[in-house]
Design a binder for this molecule. Structure first.
Ligand code: GTP
Ligand code: MG
Length: 199
């Protein structure tokens, strides 16, 4: 799929105030600083569509972008940010839980995993929570430019092995780098395939 238009629509903390749920919706979620906003900019060929920061916790709200006037792309705030207060954490949990449990046009969640790390408990728990709630998911291993291909592949294998202890059928996965555009076509074509099946 080629992205011809991408437009910021609205940010809010309440799924009931999100755009009318009349188009397929693909959401990007993962640990704070894993590279969600950077990936969205890479996929849309826009440097500043989603806000990026080296400081974790940059994205604070549910951000809707309309792509090709045909589907919604959603940037969410990350989880696992150590410095966040208890109150902030509780607010995040309510916002994210409500969104995933109630957003009726949600088509698929891409869960982003840092390809440099050993399987992290918080990622496994979040993936399992989505699975339990029946949310279709795909995994995206980010920042592949930061180490050798062998190291990335080994992280992917370890993560999938850990998931395999609880999942019958593993979700599809992609390897990306926003720094050098790895994985862009694969992710966009996957989205296009799903949209075509729905239409
Ligand atoms: P929150 O909004 O805080 O949850 O973070 P996020 O997941 O949206 O991460 P963001 O895209 O803001 O990126 C965090 C940091 O990682 C920034 O300094 C990015 O430049 C860097 N980064 C993101 N993706 C890549 C990548 O593929 N390669 C490299 N080398 N750096 C990346
Ligand atoms: Mg972000």
């Amino acid at each position: 799929m080629k992205i011809n238009s991408s437009e910021f629509i609205i940010s809010n903390s309440d799924y009931t105030k999100c755009p009318k749920p009349d188009l397929p919706e693909f959401v990007f979620i993962g640990r704070s600083n894993v590279g969600k906003s950077s990936l969205i900019n890479m996929l849309t060929d826009r440097n500043k569509l989603a806000k990026i920061s080296s400081r974790p916790g940059k994205t604070q709200l549910i951000n809707h972008f309309l792509i090709n006037n045909n589907w919604y792309l959603v940037d969410l705030p990350g989880y696992g940010w150590a410095k966040v207060s208890k109150t902030e954490k509780a607010k995040w949990e309510v916002m994210i839980k409500d969104y995933f449990e109630n957003r009726e046009n949600l088509t698929l969640a891409f869960v982003l995993i840092d390809s440099r790390l050993e399987p992290q408990k918080i990622d496994i728990e979040f993936v399992n929570w989505l699975g339990t709630n029946g949310v279709p998911i795909a995994l995206i291993f980010t920042k592949a430019d930061k180490q050798s291909k062998n190291k990335t592949d080994s992280s992917v294998v370890k993560f999938r092995k850990t998931l395999a202890t609880t999942w019958d059928q593993l979700p599809p996965h992609f390897i990306t780098s926003s720094a050098n555009h790895i994985g862009k076509d694969e992710v966009l074509n996957y989205i296009e395939d799903i949209i075509t099946t729905i239409e």
